[in-house]
Design a protein around this ligand. Structure first.
Ligand code: PAF
Length: 286
């Protein structure tokens, strides 16, 4: 695996792969790799002849300077793991390579960027995500790009951006990878202290409870949410948000019919965790 730091080097590698007729796959990341990232890389390896992993802690998507500062960074470890998962190229640019002096253009995806994480993290967060992903797509010009379902709102926003701006890339959203106790893998999990780590699996337990309630016939969102909040409260956790929303617009729904997304965020001290599940209730023809 090669490590490249400039757009020019990246483009030269992509041009060679294209000349050889290889399909180009991109896995955008901010590093601190865990099984979730590695599963995206392995999936890219299955589908593509050139697998590019990007490693860039994107400053424009952090709304708290402290959060950006304490974001875990270990390039040597990440490089080893990416190579083991089948990456051909690790693109690890400096901040100035991505945002040169005078940088002035941002990408904003209206609508789906606004609720949930958009409320808590503010409009700058998803503007930063959309901008850096648009730039990475332009830099690497991939055929396929791989994202995790754990960041469901981000994945929806990126799909919308690619569609709206006619970006010729296929977006693949891969399943959330979980610890044995159900906690969704996240680079932030290492920041949890022992006590918080022991309580954090309640997030998925609450979501699983909602899935089970729907399987048993519950369709009323207010009742589903009340039971899930009680599950969280039993472990001393209060959701920052817990919502059942449309998978297409992220607008809240009151009755589960067809597909819906349950999105959950909670704080464990200074560490914010998010998780989600998809609900599916077959629509009955009238
Ligand atoms: O999901 C992430 O790690 C980041 O938001 C992404 C997509 C790499 C953009 O910086």
């Amino acid at each position: 695996m090669r490590i490249v730091r400039t757009v020019a080097e990246l483009r030269a590698q992509v041009a060679t792969a294209r000349a050889e007729g290889r399909r180009v796959g991109l896995v955008p990341t901010m590093g601190a790799f865990h099984e979730g990232h590695l599963s995206l890389m392995r999936r890219a390896r299955e589908r593509c002849g050139l697998v590019i992993v990007t490693l860039f802690v994107n400053p424009t998507q952090f709304n708290e300077a402290a959060d950006l500062q304490r974001y875990p960074r270990d390039e040597a470890r990440d490089a080893r793991l990416a190579e083991g998962a089948g990456a051909d190229l690790l693109f690890a640019p400096a901040v100035e390579e991505v945002y040169p002096p005078g940088f002035a253009t941002m990408v904003e995806v209206a609508g789906v960027s606004e609720p949930l994480e958009g409320v808590v993290r503010g409009p700058a967060h998803f503007r930063g995500v959309a901008t850096v992903v648009a730039k990475l797509f332009n830099m690497a010009q991939p055929d396929d790009a791989f994202f995790g379902q754990k960041d469901a709102q981000q994945a929806l926003l990126i799909r919308r951006m690619a569609r709206d701006l006619d970006m010729p890339v296929r977006i693949e959203v891969c399943p959330t990878v979980r610890e044995a106790d159900g906690l969704a893998m996240s680079s932030r999990n290492v920041l949890l202290d022992r006590e918080a780590r022991s309580r954090a699996p309640v997030l998925y337990a609450a979501l699983r409870g909602m899935e089970a309630d729907v399987e048993h016939g519950e369709r009323d969102v207010a009742r589903l949410l009340a039971r899930a909040r009680a599950v969280l409260a039993a472990r001393g956790v209060q959701a920052e948000y817990l919502a059942v929303v449309s998978t297409d617009t992220l607008a809240p729904v009151t009755v589960v019919a067809g597909d819906a997304l349950v999105a959950l965020a909670a704080r464990f001290g200074a560490v914010r965790l998010i998780d989600n599940v998809l609900l599916h209730v077959p629509m009955v023809a009238p």
